[in-house]
Design a protein around this ligand. Structure first.
Ligand code: NAG
Ligand code: NAG
Ligand code: NAG
Length: 394
């Protein structure tokens, strides 16, 4: 009797497997058909229920979704990646819980493609990828390199071209993947526009300035990149600016009363007009990452949770991100905005907290590696690879 049931069960399971297999093959076939018919639209994602009109696929907003548990994560071991800096490697700094590394981003109406380091390396052969921005940009740069390195058997061919160590103040880092003739660069430019000294006859409290109408002079180094990824945001605060005696300049004139939000918009417009007049959009793909949610609490030490929060607590919106989205929309050169603000808002578990290189101050801005920045890169890799494809079709 038991044996009989067992047989029936096995039979049913087999039947179910075949059924699931057919469904999967069907969706795969539909996906291929879709790619064939619409090679120019983004191939970043697979939509559930492909049978509906194609419009709904391009309508999928990959930045709207939720985090789901994924046992096969993380994508790499930071201790085996020489480019993951110690300050972000939470495990090696004593973090015990591991759950924070096991979350995959699930867009609401579609799925992200699975990351394949081999495919990414092939797709980036001969290219120069440049990250520009603050320390959050450096984190993404580190994550990008660590993810790619999992696709290599011989990791000795990957090196920083000047033999530099990763430090907080360093202006330029460049990692070369010798076998793939690929370079992944980082330029520290926290405001994107040009830092300058205090003008003559300025009030005493003015110690330095930022020229909002001039792009950072190292910007000339960014021009011939194939992929450019920008960010800026965490330094546009009263603490980082006015409290240190740093004020704004526009067209040579000091703007003492200018609010930070207005200044940020002017800086972004300077950036946008630089991109529009300097970047060859046939060669270079431009991305701008929005504000990376932080989880500080008013005047209290922040706490890193064990699990993502179920509510965003308003952190899914940011005036910095709104400004970026607004400016990008009006540009001549197409700029993809990596709108990571909403996804990060849930990840109160992902910050370095006290598992950093400065454990006396909990840090709820930066993220552990592996962790949330890997998701920014999964999305970035998907865009780069699908847009590569586009280039070939043309
Ligand atoms: C397909 O999408 C349209 C709107 O985009 C919706 O009205 C319709 O119900 C959808 N059909 C199915 C089968 O989901
Ligand atoms: C990561 O690598 C280190 C050093 O090789 C090793 O000790 C550790 O067990 C690894 N961690 C995991 C989770 O595999
Ligand atoms: C980009 O390519 C198009 C089509 O090949 C060409 O017409 C255009 O002049 C190119 N633009 C630049 C800036 O090279």
């Amino acid at each position: 009797m038991i044996k009989g049931q067992c047989k029936v069960w096995i039979f049913q399971s087999l039947y179910a497997l075949v059924a699931i297999g057919s469904v999967l093959i069907f969706f795969l076939a539909m996906a291929c058909a879709y790619l064939y018919v619409f090679p120019y639209t983004s191939t970043l994602v697979y939509k559930h229920g492909m049978s509906n009109s194609s419009d709904s696929i391009s309508e999928c907003n990959v930045f709207e979704g939720s985090w789901i548990q994924e046992d096969s994560y993380p994508l790499y071991n930071a201790s085996q990646c020489p480019f993951a800096e110690r300050g972000f490697n939470c495990i090696s700094n004593g973090r015990r819980d591991r759950g924070y590394m096991k979350w995959r981003w699930k867009p609401k109406n579609c799925d992200l493609l699975w990351f394949s380091a081999r495919e990414a390396l092939e797709g980036l052969r001969g290219k120069r990828v440049v990250f520009v921005g603050d320390s959050l940009s450096r984190t993404q740069w580190e994550s990008f390199i660590c993810m790619l390195m999992t696709g290599l058997e011989d990791k000795t061919s990957v090196r920083e071209i000047n033999g530099n160590k990763i430090t907080k103040q360093i202006r330029f880092l460049s990692v070369e993947f010798g076998t793939f003739n690929l370079r992944v660069d980082f330029y520290r430019s926290v405001f994107l526009v040009q830092p300058a000294s205090s003008p003559k006859h300025a009030p005493k409290r003015v110690k330095s300035t930022i020229k909002l109408d001039k792009l950072d002079f190292i910007s000339k180094e960014w021009i011939d990149a194939d992929v450019l990824v920008f960010n800026s945001g965490h330094w546009w605060t009263p603490t980082k600016l006015f409290a240190t005696g740093c004020y704004f300049q526009v067209d040579g004139a000091l703007k003492l009363g200018m609010p930070i939000t207005s200044a940020f918009k002017i800086a972004l417009e300077t950036w946008a007009s630089w991109v529009d007049t300097t970047i060859n959009s046939n060669r270079t793909r431009v991305y701008f990452r929005t504000f990376e949610s932080s989880h500080w609490r008013n005047h209290k030490p922040c706490t890193v949770t064990k699990r993502p929060s179920s509510l965003t607590g308003g952190r899914d919106r940011s005036s910095i991100s709104d400004a970026i989205l607004g400016v990008a929309k009006k540009m001549k050169v197409p700029v993809r905005v990596l709108h990571v603000t909403p996804m990060g808002a849930f990840r109160s578990d992902g910050h370095v907290g006290t598992w950093s290189d400065n454990p006396s101050v909990p840090d709820c801005s930066h993220w552990c590696l592996p962790g949330v920045p890997d998701t920014w890169n999964e999305i970035l890799f998907s865009y780069i690879l699908s847009e590569n494809q586009m280039g070939k079709d043309i």
